[in-house]
Design a binder for this molecule. Structure first.
Ligand SMILES: Nc1nc2c(c(=O)[nH]1)N[C@H]1C(S)=C(S)[C@@H](COP(=O)(O)OP(=O)(O)OC[C@H]3O[C@@H](n4cnc5c(=O)[nH]c(N)nc54)[C@H](O)[C@@H]3O)O[C@H]1N2
Ligand SMILES: Nc1nc2c(c(=O)[nH]1)N[C@H]1C(S)=C(S)[C@@H](COP(=O)(O)OP(=O)(O)OC[C@H]3O[C@@H](n4cnc5c(=O)[nH]c(N)nc54)[C@H](O)[C@@H]3O)O[C@H]1N2
Ligand code: SF4
Ligand SMILES: [Mo]
Length: 743
């Protein structure tokens, strides 16, 4: 007997609605939910393989506890006792910063990851926080923080209405989009072309996305900030700046004009390898389009000028009047967003409120660079204690961060490591305790993170498609218990964590004159929350206090959890709408076009015009049937073209005497590796490409299928010292390498 159940796909940022086929407690099929208000039936090969991902036999079923050096299965009580006993002495003896926290990418794909780490961090007060953001989008947070006063105010391209999309360093035909949640991103790009719109792609590789474009600019890696600065310079010199309705919200335009004055197309052409005339054409096309959106991702962030490039993306959107207008880039308004505060000056955005101990990297958004995690563990300084214990939730930094070998060693030296992870992998194999979450079919889902980046306002919630198997613990409960164990409250009722959050949030809301519940009794409000679990009650509270909410009765037609549950395919909340000045939290209350930290970084960009490494550089790539480091254990998603090969241009191959399939030695500052060559003109000459997340050959992991074709860890080419200085983001693209045919 089979049945079906709905489940929002957590496997990438597109958040497609799936219809699962379930037999007993197993997912045996998955297809797109045709009635989903947002994804309308779209599914990609990963979503279609949901059952295989969910049912991977290597997923851990019980906690693991280290005894006499070896991990063995254990019960939950024993595991949490061990966590409390392992973490508390470190904090009590060495202070809060000696306990580090590492949060990985899947936290933005789970309800648990959205709801509990903030509580944990608030209680721990450690400054040793490292997340996947600093190997990803931290430059965008910093540029948004500086421009708009809010690191989370990220404008997304209005894909379905724009006339012109300038897409930089992103490959949504493989990634399905990022910081732009859009189920069927490929279809939306095709629709843009079909309605007469224009697509330009800037990428050193001729990707599947680039092949769809009207214009492909094969830029030299790492130089996008120069290209964008020159485009802005052209807009100024050719009188193409037109802020439109934005003008009253923007300050610093003349300062910006002066600051970018010498970034002429001629001055950047050699560095970017883009003709000056083409740069002018790019700027003119952008200005001439009725509406246009500039959108950039990984290839613009994980580079030496990541923050400047991210800033210039929005500078171009602003100079052409496309920020905050339909068809341009807009700020989404999620159902669980805080009710927008009244416009006016805000607190602004501070950078570098503290620094890392060893190399003095400034914090950004409360985080230190993931690239510095190893040295913060393995290097003693007079400044303070090294990190002696770590809480790792949904992260595999041994493969995803620079210099995995050094980090691998450092993790092995810790007094205590607890990992919340479904797999025993390259990172969790060092844990003293592993706490495995249930598979996604047994977890509830709501996209707290991605609805804030979605190209359409909408809201969806799916309850667990399959009840928790005996012996399993919901990840929400795991993280609640972990929070208690780490903060000296081991053994308390995990429901107390949710109750405390609700009490605080409602207590704050009733004191806020802008809130629909101003002046009401928080206890009464809390008692009226619905939902079968603590996290559901928190979702109910956030929906009801949110911009579409019922305000606990103040707006009777508004959203509640009950309303959402009555709409299993979701509720459409309409297209994105202009919101300025609502999102602005700068001290001036305006968009601050030329923030001081940016201005101070411009000389470094100026100098980059004359830098051009003689040798080859390496960039990454993603494959549709993969996801960072953790999907190589699923047979249906590996093999075929999803392989860890080094793409080499035919000219480079001929010069180096490399044949297709031959082994190539690649050397970087952090180490060397050998990978098979795949000769293809999809990369430009002088550029080679290797995907990340491979290298599944370390002992002690339990990834049977991945170990059969382990691949190599591209991040071993890095030594962890190459960072974007403003954001602390690792440089993962455009890194200099040496190549040679391997014997
Ligand atoms: N060279 C290079 N390096 C890169 C990148 C690149 O482009 N090039 N990309 C970077 C980017 S963008 C990112 S986001 C990072 C990702 O870096 P990480 O977040 O460190 O890596 P992931 O592979 O996403 O793995 C996360 C871990 O989460 C576990 N996991 C999966 N599902 C769940 C779940 O439901 N709950 C819990 N608790 N755990 C789960 C997996 O088993 C895995 O161990 O990698 C970065 N590294
Ligand atoms: N299938 C699949 N989907 C994924 C993931 C995955 O691993 N696999 N990971 C998810 C995650 S965590 C994220 S953050 C997103 C990322 O989403 P995207 O940013 O779309 O990811 P990529 O496919 O890595 O695209 C980056 C592109 O930048 C190009 N590039 C490299 N260097 C430069 C440069 O200097 N300048 C320019 N202009 N381009 C450059 C690369 O050639 C590549 O095509 O994808 C998400 N979705
Ligand atoms: S595009 Fe992303 S969210 Fe949609 S089915 Fe594929 S992996 Fe899942
Ligand atoms: Mo990412």
């Amino acid at each position: 007997m089979s049945r079906t159940a709905l489940r929002i796909c957590p496997l990438c940022e597109a958040t497609c609605g799936l219809t699962l086929t379930i037999e007993g407690s197993r997912v045996t099929g998955a297809r797109g939910d045709g009635e989903d208000v947002f994804s309308k039936g779209f599914v990609c090969p990963k979503g279609a393989a949901f059952g295989a991902v969910d049912g991977d036999p290597d997923r851990l079923r019980t906690p693991l506890v280290r005894e006499n050096g070896r991990l063995r299965e254990a019960g939950w009580e024993e595991a949490f006792d061990a966590v409390a006993a392992g973490l508390r002495p470190v904090v009590e003896r060495y202070g809060p910063d000696a306990l580090g926290v590492v949060l990985g990418n899947p936290n933005v794909h789970t309800m648990a990851g959205a709801l509990y780490p903030p509580v944990l961090l608030g209680a721990l007060r450690t400054r040793s926080l490292f997340t996947a953001s600093t190997v990803d989008q931290m430059p965008k947070h910093v540029s948004s923080g500086l421009l708009f006063g809010d690191a989370h105010a990220i404008a997304v391209p209005d894909l379905d209405r724009t006339d012109h999309l300038l897409l930089i360093g992103a490959n949504p035909l493989e990634s399905n989009g990022s910081l732009c949640t859009a189920p069927d991103f490929p279809g939306r790009l095709k629709a843009l072309r079909a309605r007469g719109g224009h697509l330009t792609v800037v990428d050193p590789r001729r990707t599947r996305t680039a092949r769809l474009a009207d214009r492909h600019v094969a830029i030299r890696p790492g130089t996008d900030a120069l290209l964008l600065a020159a485009m802005a310079q052209v807009l100024f010199t050719e009188g193409l700046v037109d802020l439109g309705g934005l003008a009253p919200h923007v300050e610093g335009i003349e300062e910006l004009r002066a600051a970018l004055g010498d970034f002429t197309p001629e001055s950047v052409t050699a560095a970017c390898d883009v003709e000056a005339d083409e740069i002018r054409a790019l700027a003119r096309e952008l200005a001439a389009a009725r509406t246009a959106a500039v959108y950039a991702r990984i290839g613009s962030c994980t580079v030496p000028h990541g923050t400047l490039a991210s800033w210039l993306v929005d500078v171009l959107n602003i100079l052409t009047g496309n920020l905050d207008r339909p068809g341009g880039v807009l700020f989404p308004l999620a159902a669980t967003a805080r009710t927008p505060r009244p416009p006016g000056p805000g607190h602004g955005f501070a950078l570098g409120r503290w620094h890392s101990r060893v190399r003095r990297h400034p914090e950004a958004k409360g985080e230190l660079p993931l690239a510095a995690l190893a040295e913060e563990i393995d290097t003693a300084t007079e400044e303070g204690e090294p990190i002696r214990a770590l809480i790792v939730v949904a992260a595999n930094p041994v493969l995803s961060a620079p210099d995995g070998n050094r980090l691998d060693k450092a993790l092995g030296s810790l007094d205590f490591l607890v990992s919340v992870d479904p797999y025993l992998n390259e990172t969790s194999r060092h844990a003293h305790v592993v706490l495995p979450p249930p598979p996604p079919s047994q977890s509830p889902h709501h996209d707290f993170a991605f609805n804030a980046f979605a190209v359409r306002n909408q809201v969806r919630y799916t309850r667990p498609a399959i009840p928790l198997e005996p012996g399993r613990m919901a990840e929400t409960e795991i993280l609640a218990r972990l929070t208690l164990a780490a903060t000296g409250m081991h053994g308390a009722d995990p429901g107390a964590v949710d109750a405390m959050v609700v009490e605080q949030a409602l207590g704050k809301a009733v004191r806020d004159p802008g809130s629909p519940v101003y002046g009401r009794d928080p206890g009464e409000l809390a008692a009226s929350l619905t939902g079968g679990t603590g996290p559901e009650r928190r979702l109910d509270m956030m929906l009801r206090l949110g911009p579409y909410g019922d305000g606990f009765g103040a707006r009777p037609d508004g959203l509640t959890l009950a309303v959402l549950l009555a709409h299993p395919h979701g509720i459409d909340l309409g297209p994105l709408r202009p919101r300025l000045p609502g999102p602005l939290k700068t001290r001036s209350g305006k968009v601050e076009l030329l923030p001081a930290p940016i201005a101070a970084d411009l000389p470094r960009l100026r100098a980059a015009r004359d830098e051009r490494p003689a040798g080859p550089v390496l960039v990454g790539r993603r494959h549709l049937r993969s996801n960072n480091s953790w999907m190589h254990n699923v047979p249906v998603l590996t093999g075929g073209s999803n392989r860890c090969t080094l793409h080499v241009h035919p000219e480079d191959a001929a010069r180096l005497g490399i044949r297709d399939g031959a082994r190539v030695r690649v050397k970087g500052a952090g180490g060397e590796l050998v990978a098979p060559a795949e000769i293809t003109d999809a990369v430009r000459p002088g550029v080679v490409s290797l995907p990340h997340g491979w290298g599944h050959d370390r002992p002690g992991a339990r990834l049977a299928h991945a170990a059969t074709t382990p691949g190599v860890n591209v991040n071993q080419l890095l030594d962890g010292t190459l960072l974007d200085p403003l954001s602390g983001n690792a440089v993962l693209n455009g890194i200099p390498v040496e190549l040679a045919a391997a014997p």
